[in-house]
Write a protein that binds this ligand. Structure first.
Ligand code: PMP
Length: 363
């Protein structure tokens, strides 16, 4: 009976599934999280601030202090009025769809890309159309334009660096697109801190451009669910209309403020993760049974005939990596872990390669 009452758009969706914590493997490299726990000194700062909080009161509805700190963290002339905070960037992505997409309007995104664009579009009654990336994960601008002309989307999601492939879209390409496009261009920079440049530097030139970012990846606070939208004030003013009152809880706001007062920690960890990513890459590239995509993020995407067997080898030793289905069942995504975790990954890869050589097979 309930099923009959459900909206058509929701009926065939499936809830977002993650491996339950109690079933999680020893080494978790499937969520693109930061592998490092907050240092004790930061945890102590959280605790000091927590002890002074009035949790019987609603939080600051406008996240005013946090927005100021995000603006100064971003630099590039961004001010607090250009920022809107949400429960993870997931929430702000959904707000964008709620604000701009009417039933049956089209939304264009890359393929493969972050799965939630499809879900948010569907919930909002829109229609998501995917644009296939090239074999090496790059975007062919001419073909992309053909797709934009054909589909006539109201909104485009560009994920850069892209999850799961890891490649970034050159800023000039994004600028070319937004210059001509008449709808809303959302650039998802969830992994933005892992690469050098950001389209935020060009925001002031394009009223229909906006950027989403998160505290879950480079900043290392996935557990507190904080993300934000950066855009020009007229766009932010519209999106503000759909957020729930007091959407971001006081504890997450406080923790976000504390971490942004300790920016050097974020940078040090990003450096370490990038070093480790290159160490993993150089090992993985020694084998020709898979292709390692160029990555500007904290993960590597591999594709090839040996990948299903490699995925089994990881699972056998308790390393949780991200597998895919359908067209990408020959692909996995590995998040860069701590040096110790990456050592374990290297051990599995080396023994996989050695086994193949011993069997005399071209793996
Ligand atoms: N965008 C991308 C590309 C992601 O990979 C993720 C999380 N995996 C998100 C957005 C959402 O992140 P959060 O809600 O934790 O900010």
């Amino acid at each position: 009976m309930i099923k009959e009452l459900v909206r058509d758009e929701i009926k065939d969706l499936t809830p977002y599934v993650v491996v339950p914590k109690e079933e999680a493997k020893k080494i978790i490299l499937d969520g693109n999280e930061n592998p490092y726990q907050m240092p004790l000194e930061i945890m102590e700062k959280f605790t000091e601030r927590l002890l002074q909080m009035e949790l019987n009161r609603y939080p600051d509805a406008g996240c005013n202090n946090l927005r100021k700190k995000i603006a100064s963290y971003l630099g590039q002339g961004i001010n607090a009025e250009q920022i809107l905070v949400g429960n993870g960037s997931d929430e702000v992505l959904q707000h964008l769809v709620q604000t701009f997409i009417q039933p049956n309007e089209k939304v264009l995104c890359l393929q493969p890309t972050f799965s939630m664009y499809k879900v948010f579009t569907k919930i909002g009654g829109g229609i998501l159309v995917g644009f296939q990336l090239e074999e090496d994960g790059t975007l062919d601008l001419n073909n992309f334009w053909q797709a934009v002309k054909r589909v006539q989307p109201k909104m485009i999601f560009l994920c850069s660096p892209n999850n799961p492939t890891g490649g970034k879209i050159p800023l000039l390409t994004i600028a070319e697109i937004v210059k001509e496009f008449k709808g809303i261009l959302v650039v998802d920079e969830a992994y933005g801190e892992f690469c050098q440049d950001s389209i935020i530097s060009m925001l002031d030139q394009f009223p229909n451009l906006c950027v989403t970012r998160t505290f879950s990846k480079a900043i290392g606070l996935a557990g507190i669910r904080l993300g934000y939208l950066v855009g020009n004030k007229p766009l932010i003013q519209e999106v503000k209309k759909v957020i729930l009152p007091y959407n971001v809880n006081a504890i997450s706001q406080m923790m976000g403020e504390v971490i942004l007062d300790n920016e050097s920690l974020i940078r040090e960890r990003v450096e370490k993760i990038l070093e480790e990513r290159e160490r993993l890459r150089s090992l993985l590239e020694q084998h020709n049974g898979w292709y390692v995509y160029p990555s500007e993020a904290n993960f590597l995407f591999l594709r090839g005939k040996d990948i299903p067997a490699l995925a089994n080898s990881f699972e056998e030793v308790g390393i949780q990596i991200r597998k895919f289905s359908g067209d990408f069942k020959d692909a996995i995504r590995i998040t860069v872990g701590t040096p110790e975790e990456n050592d374990q990954v290297c051990r599995v890869v080396l023994s996989f390669i050695e086994r193949g050589e011993k069997n005399g097979t071209q793996m």
